[in-house]
Each structure stands twice: as C-alpha cells, then as structure tokens.
Design a protein around this ligand. Structure first.
Ligand code: ATP
Length: 326
C-alpha cells in the first residue's frame, strides 16, 4: 500500500516560485494498479522524484505499508528507496552488461552474496519471460525486451511498490500491450502495489484499477475506473469513452451505461416505449477493468418528449446528457 498525503513541492527560481505539486494526496491499496495521468507540465516528473526520494518534498508525506519515507534521514535513504521499484520510459540499462548482469546490479550494490544473486536473477528473468536472453547485451534486445529487463531489475530489491514512469511511451502498440500484460501479471504474482505515471489514456484503459487526473500540481479527479467512467460530465469519463466532435441538428442525447445494462437493448426499449425512431450517431462498448461500459450518441426526431425519455432511461440505470450544438 502507498499513501501520499498533502504532498507539496515548490521550486524557487530567483524571486519566482513554481508550485509543481500543490497538495497531492492519494492512497493505493496492495494489489491495485493506479494510473496518474496528466499533460505536460502537470507535475508528473516532480511527483515521481518526490516518491522515489530523488527530490525532497517541500511538505507532506509518502508512506509505503505505513512506513514514512519522505522524512527519513539521508543515511536511511538507500534502504527506504528499495521499497519502491522504479521502471523508466527508456529502460536505462547498462550497455556493457548482459541482461542477467543488469538485473544483478542493484543486488551487487547492496552487497548481496554472489551465491544468492544467481538464483534470484534467474527467477526474475523467468518471471519476465527472458530466460533465454540472460546473456544478451541491451543492443541485442528489442525495446520491449529491454523494458522487461528494466522491470526485472526494479523487482530485484523486493519492493512493495512498483513505480512505472511512462513505461510504454517509447513502445509500439503491440509491445505496449505486452508490457502492460506483464505489469499486471507481476502485480498478481507478487501482490504489488503499482503506480503508473502516464500521459496515455490507453494505458489507463488497459491496465489500471483506479486513476487520478493530475493538473497544475493538483489531483482534480480520481477514483476507481468504474466510478470515474460513470460520471459522464467528468473529464476522465469523456477521455476514456470519447465521443466525436461536432453535433448534428436535432435532439441529440449521449447515453452511458455499464455492467448488466450494457447487454440490454436500450435503443429498442426507447423505440418501443415511445414509438419513435432512434438514430445511433456514434458509440462504443468497452471493457474497462472488470466492467463493461457502453457510450452511445443517439438522435431523436424533433419534438420528442425528452423529459419522459430521459426519465425512462434514468430509471433503467442509464446516465443521459442532452447535447446542444454550440
Ligand atoms: N527543478 C525545477 N525548477 C523549477 N521548476 C521546475 C523544476 N522541475 C519542474 N519544474 C516546474 O514544475 C512544473 C511541473 O513540471 P514536471 O516536469 O513535474 O511536469 P510533467 O507533468 O512531468 O511534464 P512532462 O510530461 O512535460 O515531463 C512545471 O511548471 C515545471 O516548469
């Protein structure tokens, strides 16, 4: 479990101050994958640096399994850092070391006896599916394989938390899926708490149980995927289940529904109950985590009884937004 409480980081540049983190709080339980999504300049890198203790927060606290990290003394920093394993955008491997030697490096640094390093490294390479590449050098590996080495190396110190900073931003779509699948599988096998910092909504869709939207150093929306998606006015919901820009004339409604209702014939129910035509303009059905969501944009004839139709849909668990052309 990782708990971040009221984290602030203020940089001073001459007489100018930059508030990079403005009271960030979050809690991620063991076994959960939490996405932190934000645009450039939102404070993602600063958050990573404060969580990994590369930078001291101005105030606030970070704890892993109820052990405070942010205020440890300099002499205890190295031990404290081991509780959070770090995966980078570019795996940052040492070119002169083989796969096995890269994974062994953090263990060597902390003085692990040689006899213990070899079995540990081979178990980690098996975990990430790289056993047959143990003796390969980074230049002989694909981007995805290098990222697998990076994940194995991050796990070598038996961390409680895996902090992944843009882990797939440099990868193609297929390799992105493979790395996200790997992160989910190591989470399952090791019951890790995982934080993924990303600017890609796709990563949140594919891998995360919960998400926070970081903007100008603040978390402006957060929650389980099912909760944030269910709020059609929310920015995360709109980004996770986007609708096309621009609206045609007429009565246009966006419908959002989840779970069991996703299989229900919502459209035919409107057509039957109100004896009306329903034109489907756009829509998607997505599996997000354990839940299925449908987002539909429909057009109804001019003069339709919007209030009655909306009430009918709401009574059936469908969130309705009346869209008006701007
Ligand atoms: N060392 C620093 N000194 C002064 N200001 C800084 C420093 N590091 C970051 N900032 C400022 O803090 C804010 C957040 O920056 P940060 O790099 O954390 O954002 P980010 O979300 O990681 O962006 P990107 O995705 O582009 O890396 C920005 O306004 C940035 O200019």
């Amino acid at each position: 479990m990782i708990t971040v409480t009221d984290l602030r980081k203020v940089y001073r540049q001459g007489d100018r101050t930059v508030v990079a983190l403005d009271g960030v709080s979050l809690r991620v339980d063991a076994g959960q994958i939490h996405g932190i999504i934000g645009h450039s300049g939102a404070g993602k890198s600063t958050l990573v640096r404060c969580l990994t203790l590369l930078d001291r927060p101005t105030s606030g606290s970070v704890s892993v399994n109820n052990k405070e990290l942010a205020n440890v003394s300099d002499s205890d920093l190295r031990t404290a850092r081991r509780r959070i394993g770090m995966v980078f955008q570019h795996a940052n491997l040492m070119d002169s070391r083989t796969t096995a030697q890269n994974v062994a490096f953090p263990l060597e640094l902390i003085g692990t006896p040689k006899a213990k390093i070899a079995p540990k490294v081979s178990a980690l390479l098996e975990l990430v599916g790289l056993t047959q590449f143990a003796d390969a050098y980074p230049a002989q590996l694909s981007g995805g394989q290098r990222q697998r080495v990076g994940i194995a190396r991050a796990l070598s110190s038996d961390p409680d938390v895996l902090l992944c900073d843009e882990p797939t931003s440099a990868l193609d779509p297929k390799t992105t899926d493979e790395i996200l699948t790997l992160i989910k599988s190591v989470r399952d096998r090791l019951n890790l708490t995982v934080l993924i910092i990303t600017h890609e909504m796709y990563v949140v869709k594919q891998a995360c149980d919960s998400v926070s939207l970081l903007e100008a150093g603040r978390i402006v929306e957060h929650g389980d995927i099912a909760k944030v998606v269910a709020d059609p006015a929310g920015r995360l919901s709109q980004a996770l289940l986007p609708m096309p820009e621009g609206l045609p004339a007429g009565v246009v409604l966006d419908l959002l529904y989840s779970g069991d209702q996703a299989a229900d014939p919502v459209i035919s129910s409107i057509a039957r109950t109100f004896d009306t035509d329903v034109n489907v303009l756009a829509g998607s059905v997505e599996q997000l985590g354990e839940h299925q969501f449908a987002h539909l944009r429909i057009q109804l004839p001019e003069g339709s009884d919007i209030t009655a139709i909306t009430n009918h849909l709401l009574a059936n668990g469908v969130a309705v937004t009346l869209k008006e052309a701007k």
